[in-house]
Ligand binder design. Structure first.
Ligand SMILES: NC(=O)c1ccc[n+]([C@@H]2O[C@H](COP(=O)([O-])OP(=O)(O)OC[C@H]3O[C@@H](n4cnc5c(N)ncnc54)[C@H](OP(=O)(O)O)[C@@H]3O)[C@@H](O)[C@H]2O)c1
Length: 285
């Protein structure tokens, strides 16, 4: 039987699949009160079905991180139903692929609207409540690419660098209020993420692009390596659970071997050597 005295009220974004759903499921199973949100109505309907197994400890709701009114509605609902919010898991996000030169500025903006401004907007909405409580945890899902940028993934890597930078500033700003900020930095994880990247890469680069060869090299590198190093979403969910429950959480949880060693490579190797290693990995001449 879960210990209700330790149960936290948790808001999670992007629960239609992958890491968000795995985290919602694990946290609800562990006895927490989980508001599992998704942006599309059909996803909310599926989450609603799933939530029935948890007799009120899991709640499904609609939330698009780019829509201020949907954020406001969900946060107000939690405030009126629970009177507190202990943790927010900023998970919603996607990977905009394509060469920096060719990705349309609209696609760049959309990437930042979701992955960066979406996180800022959610935090701005929940933080007044957390400051009043003088407690809370903000758990931001970043990525290994917050440290190591990959070619043909510039917009996504830039967005995750921004999430990391925002989180570090926020952690210092919020410490006096008893609120902690924790980064989750996964490497490759088997979710819908990869196929969504492939889809938007196709729409961003045409056959005659000068970056076509690089795009193909990146694709075959991912096909060769993603499966070898990828973990299941439950591995990330377990790290999120630690960030929620641990008395003294780490500031960062890195999941998979690439996520653990990439930041060390970046801080110890000269930039030009790193570029050469990436060229070699992509089998580029
Ligand atoms: N998989 C990886 O290799 C990997 C590695 C490092 C970090 N991450 C990060 O992990 C997080 C979760 O991704 P995932 O791997 O679990 O991929 P996923 O299965 O594609 O899940 C992404 C979730 O984000 C949601 N989302 C996208 N835009 C949204 C918006 N505007 N408002 C609300 N929800 C939105 C998606 O909803 P829809 O179903 O409606 O699209 C989906 O629920 C992302 O932040 C991603 O950058 C993933």
């Amino acid at each position: 039987m879960p210990d209700s005295s330790k149960s936290k009220v948790i808001l999670i974004t992007g629960c239609s699949s992958g890491i968000g759903f795995a985290a919602a499921n694990l946290l609800a199973e562990s006895g927490h009160l989980v508001y599992a949100t998704a942006r599309r109505n059909e996803s909310v309907a599926k989450l609603d079905e799933w939530s029935k197994a948890f007799s009120g400890r899991a709640v499904a709701d609609q939330l698009d991180v780019t829509d201020a009114s949907s954020i406001d509605q969900v946060v107000s609902r939690i405030e009126s139903e629970r009177g507190q919010i202990d943790c927010v898991v900023n998970n919603a996000g996607y990977g905009q692929a394509g060469p920096v030169e060719e990705v349309s500025i609209d696609a760049w903006r959309e990437q930042f609207e979701t992955n960066v401004f979406g996180v800022a907007a959610i935090n701005q909405c929940v933080l007044p409540m957390m400051r009043k409580q003088r407690s809370g945890r903000v758990i931001n899902i970043s990525s290994v690419v917050a440290h190591l940028s990959l070619p043909m993934m510039g917009p996504y890597c830039a967005s995750k660098h921004a999430v990391d930078a925002m989180s570090l500033a926020l952690r210092i700003e919020l410490a006096p209020f008893g609120i902690d900020v924790i980064l989750i930095e996964p490497g490759p994880i088997e979710t819908e993420f990869r196929s969504n990247v492939d889809q938007n890469l196709e729409t961003q680069t045409d056959e005659n692009s000068p970056y076509k060869k690089l795009g193909d090299a990146m694709n075959s590198y991912w096909n060769r390596s993603f499966g070898k190093t990828a973990a299941k979403p439950i591995a990330v969910a377990r790290a999120i659970k630690k960030a929620v429950e641990s008395k003294h959480p780490k500031t960062r949880y890195r999941i998979t071997a690439p996520a653990k060693f990439a930041p060390h490579l970046v801080s110890h190797l000269p930039d030009r050597l790193l570029d050469r290693i990436i060229h070699w990995q992509l089998k580029l001449k």
